[in-house]
Design a protein. Structure first.
Length: 215
């Protein structure tokens, strides 16, 4: 098993504006904002960017599908999920990935809520969710670039514990295998990661298909 690779500082190329506005419920054709409203909203989105400290963890593991619904990650960790088996059907390895936004953003959200600045808190929360998700996109882009030189690539999407038929309880395995405590991330008895703005996922590693000369 490879060792975990930790990314202590991750700088996103750009703010995921569209995703944040979409999470806030804005629709391009239907929602109208005054210039003052937009300025106020973007002020708090930028505030969220200043408060978030993106850090990540990556671990490559071989894929071993032992029966139609089981994926063995290590000798001691096996997940049961037909959906995950289907997701990894063309993969020969996986990457476990985790990204956290840190504690400062959650402290700011809670402070705004306690001060009855609900709108500000909602904007911070939406921005933090999208920025942390964008952190996973950043990791996948980083991995794709590295794998391309080896004639390999990643699955187009990613899969997380708690989706489909993959139980949320497997979050414990992800937390332990990635050593997320090193990033200041703990896990509750109900398998919720703390700080809340922390996400994990699985992506598959597969060979880049060869293009036939006849095509």
């Amino acid at each position: 098993m490879d060792s975990v690779h930790y990314l202590n500082i991750m700088n996103l190329a750009e703010i995921p504006w569209q995703g944040i506005y979409r999470r806030l419920g804005f629709r391009k054709a239907a929602t109208r904002m005054t210039s003052a409203q937009r300025e106020e909203t973007e002020k708090h989105i930028r505030r969220a960017c200043d408060l978030i400290r993106l850090r990540g963890a990556i671990l490559q593991l071989p894929v071993r599908i032992t029966v139609p619904d089981k994926v063995a990650l290590t000798d001691n960790v096996t997940w049961t999920s037909k959906d995950l088996v289907k997701f990894l059907r063309d993969s020969h390895a996986i990457y476990l990935m985790g990204v956290t936004g840190g504690n400062e953003i959650m402290e700011a959200i809670h402070a705004d809520m306690e001060a009855d600045h609900t709108t500000h808190a909602v904007i911070l929360d939406a921005a933090a969710s999208e920025i942390v998700d964008a952190g996973l996109d950043w990791i996948m882009a980083y991995l794709r670039q590295s794998l391309q030189r080896e004639g390999r690539t990643l699955t187009k999407t990613r899969y997380s514990a708690g989706y489909g038929d993959l139980p949320l309880s497997h979050q414990r395995d992800v937390h332990r295998l990635l050593g997320l405590d090193r990033l200041g991330v703990s896990i509750t008895e109900t398998c919720i990661l703390v700080p809340e703005k922390t996400v994990t996922a699985v992506t598959g590693v597969k060979a880049i298909p060869l293009i036939s000369r006849d095509q």
